[in-house]
Each structure stands twice: as C-alpha cells, then as structure tokens.
Design a binder for this molecule. Sequence first.
Ligand code: SAM
Ligand code: 2KA
Ligand code: SF4
Ligand code: MG
Length: 240
Amino acid sequence: MEFNVVKETTYRVKSVWKTLQGEGLFAGRPAVFVRMVGCNLWSGYADTRERDAARTGANCPMWCDTDFTKEGSRAYTAAELAQEMRSVGGDVRFCVITGGEPLLHLKAELVEALHQAGFFIAIETNGTVSLQEACWNEEENRLEAPDWIVCSPKLPQEQLTLEYFDELKLVLPDYHPAKYSDFAQRQRLNEVQNNQLPLLWLQPEDGDRLHQATQMAINYALDNPEWRVSVQTHKILNVE
Ligand SMILES: C[S@@+](CC[C@H](N)C(=O)[O-])C[C@H]1O[C@@H](n2cnc3c(N)ncnc32)[C@H](O)[C@@H]1O
Ligand SMILES: Nc1nc2[nH]cc(C(=O)O)c2c(=O)[nH]1
Ligand code: SF4
Ligand SMILES: [Mg+2]
C-alpha cells in the first residue's frame, strides 16, 4: 500500500513568553513574544562574532543582546505555535515575532494561523528579507503579511529588500540616520498612526558604549526632532 505523506512546515522557536513590549511605539504593552532561531547576520555564538561581522559587514554581531541559538529550541507547526501562544498569553492578543531574524521563517501560513487565533502580529526585522517573498499566499495570490513591521537595519540601505515598515529603529552609534534617509521613505502610512507622524527611533546600543550612545541619541533628536529616542524599557523593568 502506498502512503502519500504530506510533511507540514515546522518553525524552529527558541522561546515563547509573555512580557511587556519593551521598545518603540508599543512599549509597555503586554505581548506574547516568539523568538525564532537563527540570523543571517550572525551565527549567535560568541566565538564567531568577529568573523561573522567581517563576513556580513554588519556590526551587530559584535553587540547583539540576544541568544537565538538552536540550543533548547523546539519545532512547532503553525497550528501548534498558535495554540502555545494562546496558552502562554492568556487574554493577550498582541504578539511580537522576533529572533534572530524572523523573516527567515515566517510564512503566509503562520501569519494566517495567528490571525485566526485572534492575534495582532508585530515583527522585529533587520530589513534584509522581502515580505513579498516571505509571506506570499500562493493559493490566493496575495500577501499575507504581519500587521506591524519594526525594522532595525544593520546593512547599507541599498542592500535592504524589505518593502515597507511601520517603525524604523536605528541602533546608535553604528547606524546613523544620515545613512538611512532614502530607506526611511519606505515607512508606510497606517491606520494605527492615523496616517500621521513618522516613527523614527534612535536606540542606544546597550553594552560598554551605552552612555556615549545615549548622549548621541539625545543630542541628535534635539537637533532633528523628527527622530525620537527609544529606551529599552524591559531592561529597566527587569522583565524578559
Ligand atoms: C535581537 S534583534 C532581533 C530582530 C532582528 N534581527 C533585528 O535586528 O531587528 C531585536 C532588536 O534588538 C536590537 N538590539 C540588539 N542588540 C542590541 C543592543 N545591544 N542594544 C540595543 N538594541 C539592540 C535590534 O537592533 C533590534 O531592534
Ligand atoms: N520585552 C522585550 N521587548 C522587546 N522588544 C523587542 C525585543 C526583541 O528582542 O526583538 C524585545 C525583547 O527581547 N524583550
Ligand atoms: S541584532 Fe538582529 S540582525 Fe543583528 S545579530 Fe542580533 S538578531 Fe541578528
Ligand atoms: Mg531583545
């Protein structure tokens, strides 16, 4: 007898947890976070920082504050992940998909499952992956995209393929606004923002250079008031 086994797509997830969104417009808002494994700009292992920074040309491998390695991760189907997120989140229906680089994983199928489970979906991305390519719904011939896109670029703007975003977050001192002026135009006008105000953030790099980076961010915003300073509030509140 022949069996036609259709293998379901699974998603490699480091962790699912309930916390407060720490950064950007939704700072302070209860959220279910999903951290996907792996990134295209750094392997995630400390001994490869310099090598990976030289290879990718991004500085973030030198100071990324996140463990997105595969150790302790789990594979979920879209339905299993939606269920786990409902179970972890209780009444929370705001989720943030991050990583690592979440657009290496996210597909229309998962976006659909999370929407069906009632979630408003935000993502945090480095801008190197096209939404069109990641989240195209082949059957219905349309884009099945997350609802809210936060982009924190680490490569020169000419190399970024992300078509649009809702918030732009540059980590200082390595990523200067002057180098992202064309890319900043890809911010979309959206209903949440009542089609107004650009959301342009300067986020000081946490680590040895935090003090210097914070001063830079403050001074730049005071001189260029379309930019705002983003504080990583979860680190102050001491939540994950
Ligand atoms: C860990 S990244 C994951 C998502 C995606 N790979 C990206 O870079 O946007 C999540 C956010 O943390 C920021 N980030 C990482 N390390 C940081 C640090 N040491 N200080 C401040 N922000 C940091 C990133 O710029 C990004 O906005
Ligand atoms: N609480 C909390 N808020 C966050 N906002 C963006 C984060 C990320 O790592 O993508 C993050 C995070 O790691 N924790
Ligand atoms: S900041 Fe984002 S892009 Fe850079 S290494 Fe960390 S997860 Fe990857
Ligand atoms: Mg973080």
